[in-house]
Design a protein. Structure first.
Length: 270
């Protein structure tokens, strides 16, 4: 996601435009396959559930994330965003009756410290941060946790493809509405390379990644899945090192090791 997103931003596309177009491409792709295979109809009461899911779990995290980035920068936003495994673990205990074991607690602590180091906590601690940005980043983490909680409930009744279809459908509607209200009609006359990267972002990073995560929620606890997903910033840093030659400090390498250690611990505690 980071590789394709960085390439798209170089064409001058606003972050909100990129995420709105990405969600729309994902929904249209899923809708095409659903039309060919037979459209999955929902019980009437589930439409409200997926509307809330799309708003709070899909659209809100991206909007809040980019708002926070503008106010407090990428590093602090990333650190605060990745509090979402803690939110998932606590909410899963209350709403899904998942146990908080000592293995989960150890894995969560290791992963959170690791993410903080990877994101560069040493450069942000002691810096006066805009409280609005801090609040937006924390709310982004809380909203991201809803994706896991709602996803866990949704896969009890629907396939991962159906969950993605409706949650992304509603999410794209909200993101497009935000685009039109704040930035106007998105610029579509762009080079072919832009659209190739957007399709890759939508199909590889978003569709494949989200389907895999939702499929995981059908098989393991939401708290475990969220802790294991903290491998994302580690993978992003490694890919940035390989493709963009971005340097990795000793502190970041230690953080990566702690995140991987957290994943191993949560697997050990199954």
């Amino acid at each position: 996601m980071g590789l394709f997103g960085k390439g798209l931003f170089e064409y001058g596309a606003a972050p909100l435009t990129v995420v709105a177009l990405r969600a729309t491409v994902v929904f249209l792709t899923l809708a095409l396959f659903a039309g060919l295979r037979g459209w999955p109809h929902l019980p009437r009461g589930d439409y409200f559930f997926f509307a809330i899911y799309g708003l709070v779990g899909v659209a809100a995290p991206y909007f809040l994330f980019f708002t926070a980035v503008q106010l407090v920068g990428v590093a602090l936003t990333t650190i605060l965003l990745y509090t979402y495994p803690a939110f998932v673990t606590l909410l899963s205990r209350v709403l899904l009756r998942e146990r908080i074991t000592r293995w989960k607690a150890m894995a969560l602590l290791s992963s959170l410290i690791g993410v903080a180091l990877v994101a560069g906590i040493g450069t942000t601690v002691g810096v006066r941060a805009d409280p609005r940005g801090v609040a937006a980043a924390l709310l982004a983490g809380l909203s991201a946790s809803v994706y896991s909680i709602f996803g866990k409930k949704a896969v009890e009744r629907h396939s991962p493809q159906t969950v993605m279809l409706y949650s992304c459908g509603f999410g794209s509607l909200f993101l497009l509405a935000a685009q039109f209200l704040t930035l106007g009609y998105p610029e579509l006359a762009r080079p072919a390379a832009f659209w190739c990267m957007l399709m890759a972002l939508a199909w590889v990073s978003t569709l494949a990644g989200s389907l895999a995560y939702i499929a995981a929620l059908a098989r393991i606890e939401a708290s475990r899945a969220s802790i294991m997903a903290t491998i994302e910033p580690v993978a992003a840093s490694a890919l940035a090192y390989v493709f963009f030659h971005e340097a990795l400090s000793a502190r970041q390498i230690l953080g990566m090791a702690l995140v991987v250690g957290g994943v191993i611990i949560v697997r050990r505690g199954q």
